[in-house]
Structures are given as C-alpha cells and as structure tokens.
Design a protein around this ligand. Structure first.
Ligand code: ATP
Ligand code: MG
Length: 565
C-alpha cells in the first residue's frame, strides 16, 4: 500500500458496503458530490439507534466532502410536536454535526406533493377509494393470497380529480375515503397492492396549522422529499427493504429529475435496552421514568444528562459498524466506550457516598493542612488541587469492617491500618456505637511520617478515598444502573410486557453524600471520576442543589462478582 492510500484509510471510518457503493458512484461520475439526509419523525426523543443513523448519514457526508440535510418527516400531525423537533435538533448538534442550510420539513413540500398526486391521478395511476379500513384490509389479501381490486379502482380521471379536490376541501369525514396508487393488487409484495398515498385527518399541524386536512403517507412523501432535496443516497433501516419498489415506483411515475438510491442497513439493537420510540414514550407517559431525559433512558437526551460525551457515542457508533445483518450489540460495548473516554478526560475528585465519621485522636482540633494532589494521575497538564486534612474526616461505611474477613480485604478494620489517598496512613483504635449498637464513629490515629512515604514497620491494607468532615460539601449522588435487568426486554416473548422487566435498582439515591469542597463549584461542563466509585456528572437540569449523576462505574460488574475494591 502506498503512503497516500494508507493516509486515506487512516482518516476515514472503517469501510462498509455503503462506502463501496458511494466509491463506485463517485468514480463512475454518477454524482459529483454526495447528499445524504437524516429524516426523523418528530414523534419522540431520539435514542441510541438514531445516533447510529445520524453518525452514518452525517459522517459519510463529512468524509466525502458532501452534505447532509436534517429533515423532519412530519406527516402525522397528531403524534408530533415542536418539543420533539427542538429536542431532536439539539441532539444532532450536540453529537457534533451540522446540517446543510436550513432545517427541512417534509410538510414544506405539501404543495408539491399535492401537485404530484394530481399528476398521478391524471395519468390514471392513482384513484380515490371509498372502501372502509376493514374492507381495505380484506381486499388487500395476505402473503399467501393475492388481493382483489377495489370496486372504486376504475373511477374516471375526472371523477378522481373531483373527489380528491373534495377530500382536500374537507368535504369528507376522516376514513371516508383515501387516495391510493394504482399498482398491482396481485403483487407478491403487499406494499405494491395499491398503497394509500393520502388520508384525511382533521388535525392541526405544528408547521402548517389548519391549511391541510389531507396528509400524505410516509411511503409517498419520503421518496419525493429525497428527490426534491437532490439526495444521492437515501439510507434507511432494513425494514424498508420491501418498501424500496414503492419508493422507486413513486419516482418513476412522476415528473421529477432526481432519483435517489435507497440503501438499507441493519438497525442498531442493544441488549438490556429498548430502542423503540413507542416503548420509550410509554415509560415516560406512565411515569416509570422521570421524563425523556431521565439519565437511565437510552435517549440521546438521557445519556447527555447522565454524562455521556458526544465523542464516546460517536466512537461507539463507529465501532458497531454498518452491515445488512441483524444483530444485537452488547451494552457493555457502549459502557466501555464511555469509560475509555472519561478515563482520559475526567479530573479525579473525592466524594464519600455513605459517610462514616473518623476522629483522628492525635491530630489537633483546629488545624487544617492542605495536601496537594494531582487532578489526573497520568496527566500533569490537568493540574493539581488541595485537599484539607483535618481532625475529623469521612470514609465510606462500606470501607470498614470490624474484623477483616481475609487477606484480600483491602479496606479498614479494627486495629488495622490503611492509607487515605493523597494523605496519611491511619490506624483504627476504637469503634463508637450508639444506644442501638449502630456504628457511628471510628477513633483512629494518623501517622505523621507517612505523607507520600511508606510507613515504618507495618503495611496498610489498602488505599481509601475520604473527605474532611469539617471542610466538605453536602451532595446528593444518584447511582444509575441499567434500566432493564433482562437481556432482551424488546423481545415481546410469551406476551411478556417489557415494563415488567425493569431493574428495580436502576436508580439508587445517596442523599447524604459528602464531597470535597472543590466540587461545590462544579458545573456540568466536565465529568469527574470520583475515586474508587466511578464517573459522575453534575446534573444539568436540577441545579439548585449539588446533585451528581453516576455515568458509569469504574469497572463492569454485570455478570461478575462485585469487583469494587
Ligand atoms: P422507532 O422505531 O424508535 O420509532 P423510527 O425508525 O420510527 O424509530 P424515525 O424518526 O423514523 O424513527 O427514524 C429516523 C431515522 O433513524 C430513520 O432513517 C431510521 O431508519 C433511523 N433509525 C431508527 N431507529 C434506528 C436504529 N435502531 N438503528 C439505526 N437506525 C435507526
Ligand atoms: Mg419511522
């Protein structure tokens, strides 16, 4: 391989079958420049699956110096809203992508779509059908049986034009009639059995208000919107493979210069996760989560609030690749991507989630010593900060036990020693309990000769995180875990309702955590690694208190014994 070739490979994401198609099209001069689009329907928040489609469409445009449009596929006014449009726009921007020109809306093409429908009617390729919905299903046939023609199939062009105009003018009730394409009722592909092009809906549209009471169907709108925008490669998920003949039929039968190529790729499915807007909406509507941006949700908004970075999501999407074969990606891959990214960028800090007080009997009461510690053990450029060492400190309750169970116990026990990170070694002398026998305090001594130096004559069991009890701030820490503890909550097996598969411990709140003082001014710009606990992010929504969301633990403990230590 020449060095020039090597460079091209280096700068681009791994190749895939879509890149091969584009490479061929460009070298055959079929297109000068590629134009892709991301076409969400604004009927919910975007999820991790959409992130894959965004990274693919915008990523290809970037790599091939083409452009990518953001187009709202807004033909179902009852299910759509401006809130969803705003959230989607924000998500795409946050992921780091820029669309070409203005944001587009399929609804902006309603006039043209209407004119093309008239053209189809004039050519005898579309007709107004007055069958009821039930009759239409019956006439459509099945996979085994051909359909039969609607009795309205042979209405004259004049009659169809007049009826379609009446549909538009609001002279029919919802469901009374539809406009259908006249294709082939015997086609083995059911999508071609005279599919509906327009239906009547007396609904206000978030973009067009009450201008229309007929709305075009997705299969009709999508190819025309693509063609009007000069899209070269129209990428969609595999379930649209059987719709491709209809996509092509629409463009072949109207007068339009451009004919984009529809290419299907496999959806991203992630285990322990649901990736369906409809199901996610149910979790929101039934109050099973705290909104679309609940940090447990696999929505982009939820992951952002939880502390995921755009870089980690982009890297994850790249690593899952683009193929035509359906598969399920292990959520551990996503967790790995965020861990790797945060390990690099997150400054370290200390926060004790479940505080247990320690009094250092041999340390003066009003003395404060400032200990300098690095913000990142491997990155001196990230600077240093100071931790106050005082007579009273907190460690985590889970880091103490009266009698160490074995040699592997790397934490504190009665009569034993540990090092407090960045500070001194301490030895536990006494346990103080309340009237019920509950441990409330430990009496310890500190060894003044051990700051940054190994102790003489004894070996501490381990290194613990801690904060000063008198120089710290209160914090609430929200420990998030997987929302489902079932591998395939999406499977719908044996009529199991996916909401019954939710993980009851997906959120554990530590309301009385104690954080080092420097965290008082932490914003939501950067994530932190709380030493020995995981990666945390200041909640960007509830900002009146100091609330931290756990993005991810330090290690993957699913399916293994608790690796915390
Ligand atoms: P859902 O099934 O969650 O309702 P959708 O496909 O109906 O999603 P759209 O708003 O129509 O949602 O999707 C916008 C784009 O994102 C489409 O091109 C769609 O194919 C793609 N997309 C949706 N889900 C996934 C996924 N899981 N993996 C990859 N791409 C996806
Ligand atoms: Mg869709």
């Amino acid at each position: 391989m020449s060095s020039k070739e090597a460079k091209t490979v280096e700068n681009k994401a791994p190749s895939n079958f879509i890149r091969h198609i584009i490479d061929n099209d460009l070298s055959a001069r079929k297109h000068e420049k590629i134009v892709t689009r991301f076409p969400p329907e604004p009927n919910g928040y975007l999820h991790i699956g959409h992130a894959k489609s965004i990274c693919l469409n915008f990523g290809l445009a970037q790599d091939y110096q083409g452009v990518c449009n953001l187009r709202f596929d807004d033909t179902n006014p009852e299910k759509e809203s401006q809130e969803y449009i705003d959230s989607i726009t924000r998500d795409v921007e946050w992921l780091g992508f820029a669309w070409a020109g203005e944001i587009r809306h399929a609804s902006a093409y309603f006039d043209q779509l209407y004119d093309f429908a008239i053209e189809l009617i004039r050519k005898g390729k579309a007709y107004v059908c007055s069958l009821t919905a039930e009759q239409m299903t019956e006439y459509r046939g099945s996979l085994k049986e051909p359909g039969k023609p609607s009795p309205y199939r042979d209405r004259s062009v004049e009659e169809n034009l007049a009826l379609f105009e009446k549909m538009r003018a609001g002279e029919f009730k919802e469901g009374e009639c539809v406009l259908r394409a006249k294709i082939d009722m015997a086609s083995p592909n059911i999508n071609l059995r005279d599919p509906i092009l327009y239906r009547i809906r007396f609904a206000d549209h978030h973009q067009t208000g009450n201008k229309w009471c007929i709305y075009p169907m997705y299969d009709y709108t999508h190819p025309i919107s693509d063609a009007l925008e000069g899209i070269t490669h129209s990428l969609c998920t595999l379930e649209f493979e059987d719709h491709r003949p209809l996509y092509d039929w629409v463009l072949d039968n109207i007068t339009i210069a451009c004919h984009p190529q529809q290419i299907e790729f496999s959806r991203l499915n992630v285990n322990y996760t649901v990736t369906s807007k409809r199901k996610l909406k149910r979790l929101v509507d039934e109050g099973l989560v705290n909104g679309w941006d609940d940090p447990r949700m696999p929505t982009i908004a939820g992951m952002r609030r939880r502390g995921f970075t755009p870089e980690s999501l982009r890297r994850f999407c790249e690593s899952v690749g683009v193929t035509k074969s359906e598969g399920v990606v292990d959520v551990a891959m996503l967790e790995h991507a965020i861990r790797e990214d945060l390990n690099e960028r997150a400054p370290r800090a200390m926060c004790v989630l479940d505080p247990l007080k320690i009094v250092l009997e041999n340390y003066p009461e009003d003395k404060i010593e400032l200990l300098t510690v690095p913000n990142h053990p491997q990155k001196p450029e990230m600077g240093e900060r100071q931790l106050p060492w005082t007579r009273e400190i907190f460690i985590d309750r889970a880091d103490f036990i009266e009698v160490a169970p074995n040699k592997q116990w790397k934490r504190l026990a009665l009569g034993e020693s540990v090092r407090l990170r960045g500070g001194y070694c301490i030895t536990c002398k006494e346990m103080i309990t309340d009237e019920q026998g509950q441990l409330i305090e430990l009496r310890c001594t500190y060894d003044p000769d051990t700051h940054g130096v190994n102790p003489q004559g004894y070996k501490p069991r381990g290194v613990l995180h801690w904060v000063s009890a008198t120089e710290c701030v209160d914090a609430e820490v929200r420990l998030y875990d997987r929302l489902f503890n079932h591998e395939s909550p999406d499977a719908n097996k044996d009529g199991v309702d996916f909401v019954t598969l939710m993980n009851p411990e997906s959120l554990v709140v530590q309301a009385c955590a104690k954080a080092e003082k420097s965290l008082a001014s932490a914003g939501s710009e950067i994530p932190f690694q709380f030493e020995r606990e995981g990666y945390f992010y200041r909640d960007p929504v509830e900002t009146s208190a100091l609330i931290f969301n756990r993005t991810i633990t330090l290690r993957d403990s699913w399916g293994k014994a608790d690796a915390k230590g």
